[in-house]
Design a binder for this molecule. Structure first.
Ligand SMILES: [Zn+2]
Ligand SMILES: [Zn+2]
Length: 273
């Protein structure tokens, strides 16, 4: 499907290529100081889980993106359309379920929340902000995932978490991205841009039921010790850090190639759901 927005010239003609493990080695090195928080230690939000209503009766999925003033998502780097990465990966993942995903690519298609009254955010704050932005019910055939870009940090158990990049409120279609952590993840602009897209794709992976988080596994790749994560270090659902190379990936990134983020095991799980 087409995205709702006009992409950069040439974007639609890009020939996507599969699998470059160099990317993940790079990515993991970039985020070595930061981490995904995800949903592993947070109780289920409700018994009415988003993922339980998703497969089988959904004709379309829309990403609704809202951002706090000063925390706006990166949209392009070096003439490269960033949101193509999330768009491509979600449509690749859900293509086997015939669920097209509509992803905004430009700020004009995202909601500006202005300056919010708080500096940092609890889980409940995030749920409340998302409720004002959500436009669909879990029961609708068209559903949406709400993605909030916040100009502050997560507050967990009263502690400000300065290293948490993003969070999926467990069982819900709500994802928060903590922009100051993304901005501080690297001194290089290209890397910050990629960390942001990878974090978004990772957290949405949880919303969609990965790993063993509503979608059963079809192979042994659930890293149970680390929550709903993948044991494949080359997959975007891998839980964290490593070391590796940057330059090769950046080059491919700016040429618009090789942006597959989900590993084959995770893709097989969704396909079999
Ligand atoms: Zn995670
Ligand atoms: Zn995986």
């Amino acid at each position: 499907m087409k995205s709702s927005n006009t992409n950069q010239i040439g974007v639609n003609s890009v020939n996507f290529k599969r699998a470059n493990h160099g990317f993940f080695l790079w990515f993991l090195s970039v985020i070595s100081f930061a981490q995904f928080s995800c949903n592993d230690d947070i109780p289920a939000a409700s018994q009415d889980r988003f993922v339980d209503n998703l497969y089988g009766n959904t004709t379309g999925l829309e990403l609704i993106i809202a951002y706090e003033q000063g925390a706006d998502p990166y949209t392009s780097f070096g003439g490269f359309d960033n949101w193509r990465i999330t768009d491509y990966n979600l449509n690749q993942l859900l293509g086997t379920q015939k669920i097209p995903v509509k992803v905004p690519h430009v700020l004009d298609s995202m909601k500006n929340l202005g300056v919010l009254s708080q500096n940092n955010y609890t889980r409940q704050n995030i749920i409340d902000i998302a409720a004002d932005v959500q436009r669909y019910s879990n029961k609708d055939s068209v559903k949406s995932i709400v993605l909030l870009f916040l100009n502050g940090y997560l507050i967990k158990d009263g502690v400000i978490e300065t290293r948490v990049l993003g969070l999926n409120i467990d069982g819900s279609a709500v994802v928060a991205i903590f922009k100051p952590v993304i901005s501080a993840s690297s001194s290089k602009e290209a890397e910050k841009n990629m960390v942001e897209q990878s974090t978004v794709t990772h957290e949405i992976g949880h919303v969609l039921g990965l790993v063993n988080n509503g979608v059963p596994t079809t192979s042994l790749h659930h890293d149970q010790a680390n929550g709903s994560h993948c044991s494949n270090a080359n997959c975007v659902m891998y839980w964290k850090n490593g070391a590796g190379e940057v330059a090769q990936y950046i080059d491919r990134f700016t040429r618009g190639q090789d942006i597959t983020l989900f590993g084959e095991q995770c893709m097989a799980d969704i396909k079999a759901k």
